[in-house]
Design a protein around this ligand. Structure first.
Ligand code: NAP
Length: 340
């Protein structure tokens, strides 16, 4: 198969660099262009990136270009800052590009799929044939939470969810939170995060009916905290089910969870989307964020909840499963299903 040329918008940021790392040896895609702001345009990539990254020669020397829709490819990954992503991504989509975005700007638009291949591939039906489009991935904490909820919701239904997140520093972009603010500390506030964690799952877990997404009817409350971890977002989740389920039944639902992404053997699809860890001290960001290349979500500590029915902990790599890796898996699904 001839590789499909792709461009990365916002290539110099935290998510952009993760795209580069994951696409360097990708079997289907090859990097044709790296785009960022006017501050970076014209510079070799190695001089424009934020922070430090080991790069092979051809990519290190590739000149960064501005984010203008004149790039010779059809498929564009976006790691753009949300202050500019909305307008730039629209320009690319109008010019006929498929924009697979990490930014929050268009996630809740009625015509835009908010996609996790293992959870809601049917939402791709929102796309119109033969035209450019924006396809988004969820907020970086929402991916792990939705992947853990999906097999439970399919079997027993969910009435209510309470989630407390412990989110890594790389989730704040570069340079992120000042060292003196976060060392020896936890910050119980992340701007605009709780509303995303409370709204996005309802769309993702919703159903495609009569040409639109009908949100899943459940109540959700979130509290989001920034913690001194480099990568890996954790969430402590309590759930109230519509029908009773036992602990062993929920564990079996996670163990047996599979989807079109696994059936199609997509290159970035983890063999086990949700991995349950028996040790009661697990999961931990340092130990488990890179399971199956960072694409598996790890869960642990499933136990009865005195307020709801069950509670557990879920962990996912925020810049891989929660951002660049999920976007690449979205693109792989679209290629295999004939959208691209
Ligand atoms: P970041 O490190 O701050 O990178 C932002 C990128 O946007 C840089 O490449 C920057 O280019 C580019 N940019 C800024 N202003 C621009 C402009 N006027 N025109 C063109 N490009 C411009 O942020 P990040 O953490 O990678 O996040 C990127 C996006 O993904 C955000 O929307 C974020 O909310 C979302 N997201 C992040 C994570 C995560 O874990 N970090 C997870 C999921 C989603 P220059 O270097 O040239 O300024």
């Amino acid at each position: 198969m001839k590789k499909i040329p792709v461009c990365i918008l916002g290539a110099t940021g935290m998510v952009g660099q993760k795209f580069v790392e994951l696409l360097l040896d990708h079997p289907w895609f090859e990097i044709a262009a790296l785009a960022a702001s006017d501050r970076s345009a014209g510079k070799p990539y190695k001089e424009a990136i934020k922070g430090a990254m080991q790069l092979p020669d051809p990519i290190a020397e590739m000149k960064v270009v501005p984010c203008v829709p004149n790039i010779p490819c059809k498929l564009v990954f976006s790691g753009l800052d949300s202050s500019v992503a909305g307008e730039i991504e629209e320009q690319f989509a109008k010019a006929g590009y498929f924009v697979i975005s990490n930014a929050s700007n268009h996630r809740m638009d009625q015509s835009v799929p908010l996609l996790i291949p293992e959870v809601n591939s049917s939402h791709l039906k929102l796309l119109k044939p033969n035209s450019g489009a924006i396809i988004t991935n969820p907020n970086c904490s929402v991916v792990g939470i939705c992947m853990a909820l999906k097999p439970i919701l399919d079997r027993w239904g969910i009435e209510a969810v309470q989630a407390v997140t412990l989110q890594a520093l790389s989730g704040a972009g570069y340079p992120g939170v000042a060292a003196l603010d976060i060392l020896d500390n936890v910050i119980p506030y992340i701007a605009n995060e709780e509303s995303k964690v409370e709204s996005e799952p309802l769309k993702i877990l919703g159903s495609f009916e009569d040409g639109k997404i009908v949100p899943y009817p459940m109540r959700l409350s979130a509290q989001c905290n920034r913690v001194a971890v480099a990568d890996g977002h954790m969430a402590c989740v309590s759930i109230k089910l519509k029908q009773k389920a036992s602990q062993s039944e929920i564990l079996a639902a996670w163990r047996d969870f599979s989807s079109v992404a696994q059936n199609l053997d997509l290159p970035s699809a983890p063999k086990r989307p949700v991995v349950y860890l028996d040790d009661e001290r697990h999961p931990q960001p340092k130990l488990h964020r890179n399971l199956e290349g960072g694409m598996s979500v790890s869960a642990g500590r499933l136990r009865e909840c005195p307020l709801f029915d069950w509670k557990f902990v879920v962990l996912s790599h925020n810049t891989i499963r929660g951002a660049a890796g999920c976007a690449i898996l979205n693109a792989e699904l679209m290629v295999k299903m004939g959208y691209i």
